[in-house]
Design a protein around this ligand. Structure first.
Ligand code: SF4
Length: 329
């Protein structure tokens, strides 16, 4: 008769039910559902620089030239975006987000309200906002945020940037935008990828900034408060039409014609997407790229490459398994 194998770990000595409970607990700890529901570590948002950044020379001239480009209002941000569609959409360039907000409004009975979102099952939100990128995480963030608003803020949208940033999925970018749109409070500049990138191309930061938060603090120290709200809309539209990356149209840019853009491309040159340093992964034909704002807003863009369909399916199945387990808890 074969000898029974000795237990290889402490866990294998436990009864089966205890082992299952330990496994479930481990999965629960890893689960994005619980990550979303877990309150975020409170972080105080820096309001201003100790030593203000000086205003860049001729910035008013540059601002006026960009305004000329934006006069026709032909950028996607002019017809879609958070300030038009309502809080919940954070990607003004993405038509899928705009359509998702409209669908969500329709399934919730005409308007996106806190009671309606509290009542709506996560599956319904998930299905409605699909195919927005990271729709599953976003559905979880929405549910986590509305329950935090209900339990911690008496069902009101907070009027303070630190309170807003304590909500899952909200960083300074969205917080300052929410304050402007929901409360008409001009407490800070909403710095997204366009504002961060274009102000660096224009040479407005010395030294150049590495994060949107550095960009915001620099800008806030010299840009008159009367422009804190409009600079985002101005540069997002400009970034969508004249100065996208890649594909900057420096040849037809008024700022370049006036000789006021140090980041302008020489005639005939083209921008290419930068390859990540140290990245050994080579992009394959069937890889999919997805972008998302970091939860704390500091890392404004995360690009993940989902390696071929076979692996993507495997990954999805594992994630689905965790969620199935969560549904049973
Ligand atoms: S000159 Fe080129 S890089 Fe500079 S703002 Fe215009 S489009 Fe952007």
């Amino acid at each position: 008769m074969a000898k029974a194998k000795p237990p290889t770990s402490m866990q294998s000595k436990l009864p089966l039910t205890t082992q299952k409970a330990a496994k479930d607990k481990k999965l629960k700890a890893k689960s994005p559902v619980h990550d979303a529901a877990k309150p975020k570590k409170r972080k105080i948002i820096v309001r201003e620089l100790a030593i203000p950044h000086p205003s860049p020379p001729k910035w008013e001239e540059v601002y006026a030239l960009i305004q000329q480009h934006r006069a026709d209002g032909g950028a996607p941000v002019d017809t879609m975006g958070c300030d038009l569609a309502g809080v919940g959409e954070d990607d003004p360039k993405d038509a899928a987000c705009d359509a998702a907000v409209k669908r969500l409004r329709a399934v919730l009975g005409g308007s996106i309200t806190l009671p309606a979102l509290l009542e709506a099952p996560i599956e319904l939100i998930r299905e409605t906002i699909y195919p927005v990128s990271f729709y599953k995480s976003k559905a979880k963030y929405i549910k986590a945020t509305v329950s935090a608003l209900n339990e911690e803020f008496d069902g009101e949208v907070p009027r303070d940037v630190d309170d807003l940033c304590s909500l899952t999925g909200i960083g300074p970018k969205m917080a300052f935008l929410i304050l402007q749109v929901a409360w008409k409070q001009n407490d800070g500049i909403c710095v997204d990828t366009h504002v961060h990138r274009i102000t660096n191309l224009l040479g407005w930061h010395s030294p150049p900034t590495n994060t949107p938060e550095q960009t915001r603090l620099n800008l806030q120290s010299w840009l008159p408060k009367s422009h804190w709200q409009d600079i985002n809309h101005l540069l997002v539209g400009f970034g969508q039409t004249i100065c996208p990356e890649p594909g900057r149209k420096c040849g037809s840019c008024n700022v370049n014609k006036a000789g006021l853009c140090p980041g302008a491309l020489p005639p005939g040159a083209k921008t290419t997407t930068k390859k990540k340093r140290g990245s050994t992964k080579r992009k394959r034909k069937d890889d999919v790229e997805e972008s998302e704002e970091g939860e704390d807003g500091a890392e404004y863009t995360q690009v993940k490459v989902v390696r071929n369909k076979r692996k993507a399916t495997k990954k999805k199945t594992k994630k689905e398994n965790i969620e199935d387990l969560e549904d049973l808890v």
